[in-house]
Design a protein around this ligand. Structure first.
Ligand code: GUN
Length: 283
């Protein structure tokens, strides 16, 4: 079997088109959506991510406010800025790009963002809402993965889903979302014994580890849907995932490429969360 490609870039384009319509509707009611993005320091990867987020906002008609703060910014001044944005009714989403410089505690920063504007879905209130099935904001990457599974027509009810990775921003929320869709979920991690024994049972396999090509063809069940959240650089500097794409595509039924898979969907879901926040504020 050669897997079909789950084209995240194309799906993200159609989501952006939908968001552009919803942004225009909000603007038509005098409530244009706004996203504040805060970047502290000059981390090159973060600078690229932030630039892309601002560009995405422009494309769909979300007003973006970029705060680029110096690397020596104090935690107190960052918290003061967040409180100001919390109180600003023209700002519906607040995103503080991570990682932060060492003098700033990321946890304190995230908890200072109003849960109503937590479009990253990183606040404990958002995590708790997800855990208990309440309305909140979903972290963009696992949210995007669920949209991709839906697009592929994946039957999640009763399916064996295996998530490799247990981070707060991908692995754990991903497992919770799959559970909410009635999958039987296993979370694997660096201390898991016999990883392949678990991955080979998976109808849905989500790899979010950060280790290049660690999911090999023999670790995948024939016909599985394989989602690659990895973003690694090989020796030549090329972006590559956690999945050995060439080998696994001969086994799986669907597979996401890297680049062009989960990455564009993560970006698109930030726009979805921002529009959602603006619609809730306007309601
Ligand atoms: N750094 C890397 N990915 C992300 C993300 O999704 N959100 C934020 N705020 N920082 C990040």
């Amino acid at each position: 079997m050669t897997a079909r490609i789950l084209d995240g870039a194309a799906l993200a384009r159609s989501i952006r088109a939908d968001m552009a319509q919803r942004a225009a509707a909000l603007a038509g009611r005098g409530r244009p959506p706004g996203l504040a993005v805060i970047l502290v320091g000059e981390d090159p990867a973060s600078s690229v991510y932030v630039r892309n987020k601002v560009k995405d906002c422009e494309e769909v008609g979300i007003r973006s406010i970029l705060d680029h703060l110096p690397v020596h910014t104090t935690q107190d001044s960052l918290l003061a800025r967040i409180r100001q944005l919390n109180a600003d009714p023209s700002v519906h989403g607040i995103l503080v790009q991570l990682p932060l410089p060492p003098q700033i505690d990321a946890h304190t920063v995230i908890e200072t963002i109003s849960p109503a504007k937590d479009v990253d879905g990183f606040h404990v209130a958002s995590a708790g809402a997800l855990m208990t099935g309440q309305a909140g904001f979903l972290p963009c990457t696992p949210y995007g993965v669920m949209k991709m599974l839906e697009h592929a027509g994946a039957v999640l009810k009763g399916a064996e889903a295996v998530v490799v990775g247990r981070s707060n921003i991908v692995g754990k929320p991903q497992a919770m979302l799959l559970l909410q869709s009635d999958a039987t979920v296993t979370i694997c991690h660096s201390r898991t014994r016999d990883l392949a024994a678990h991955t080979r049972r998976a109808d849905i396999l989500v790899a979010a580890v950060g280790r290049m090509k660690m999911i090999t063809g023999d670790m995948v069940k024939p016909g599985a849907i394989v989602i690659d959240v990895g973003m690694n650089r090989d020796a030549a500097g090329r972006l590559c995932g956690d999945v050995d794409f060439d080998a696994v595509r001969e086994v799986a039924s669907w597979i996401t490429p890297v680049p062009g898979g989960v990455g564009p969907m993560t970006r698109a879901m930030l726009l979805v969360n921002t529009i959602e926040a603006a619609e809730r504020a306007a309601a």
